[in-house]
Ligand binder design. Sequence first.
Ligand SMILES: [Zn+2]
Length: 236
Amino acid sequence: MYDASLLLSLQALDKSIADLKETLSATETSLKDDSLVAKAENIFQQIYVRHEKVAKEQRETERETQRLTDRKDLIESRIYAGNITNPKELSALQEEVGNLTSLIGDQEDILLVRMEETEKYDEGLEKATTQFQDAKAAHEKKLIDLKSKQNDLMKQLESEQPQQEALRGKFSPDVLQIYDRVSQSNKGIGVAVVEGDRCSECRLSIPTQLLEKLKSTDEFVYCNSCRRILLRGTLR
Ligand SMILES: [Zn+2]
C-alpha cells in the first residue's frame, strides 16, 4: 500500500531539492571565478610594461638629442667667439658642427616615432586601467549578488529538507527503497502519471493490460518503456 499523491509530493520535493543543490553548486563555482578580473589585469600588466619601455626609450632619445645639441652649441660658441685663428682648426670645428647637425636630425626623427608610440601606449594604458577597474567593480557587484543568491538558496534548502524528511516518514521502508532505486536510475524522476494512455515522463503509450492492472492493484506498476512507477492520472 502507498499513497500515490504523497509519492508525487515527495518526488516534487526531491526534484526541488536536487535543483536547489545544483544551483547552489553552480553559484559556489561562480563565486570562485575571478577570471574576468585576472584577464583584465593581465592585459593591463602587459600594456603597463610596454608603456614603461617606450617611455624609457623616449627619455633616452631626448637625452641623446640634448647631449648632441649641447655639444653643437659649445662648438658654435667657440667658433663665434672669434678666438680661433687657425683655418684648419676652424674648418675641423665647422665640419663637426655639420656632423652634429646631421646626428641631431636623425635623433629628432627617432624621437618623433617614439613620441607617437608613447602617445599610443598612453591611450592604451588609460583604456586598460579603466577596463581593469571596471572588471574589479563588476566582480565586487557580482560577488554581492551571488552571496545573496547563495544565502537564499541555503535558506530554501534548510526549509525543504525537513519537509522531505517528514514526508519520507509517511512511507514504509519498502516503498521508500523502491522509490529511491527507481528515482536514482531515472535521473531523479521515479514516478510518472498516466495521461490518457501515455506515460507522462517518456510519452510512450502504455499497453491496456498494464492500465487495467493499475486500476485493480495496490502494488507498484511500472511503465514498460521507462520503468518508472506509474500512477493513475486522476491523481494529477
Ligand atoms: Zn514511461
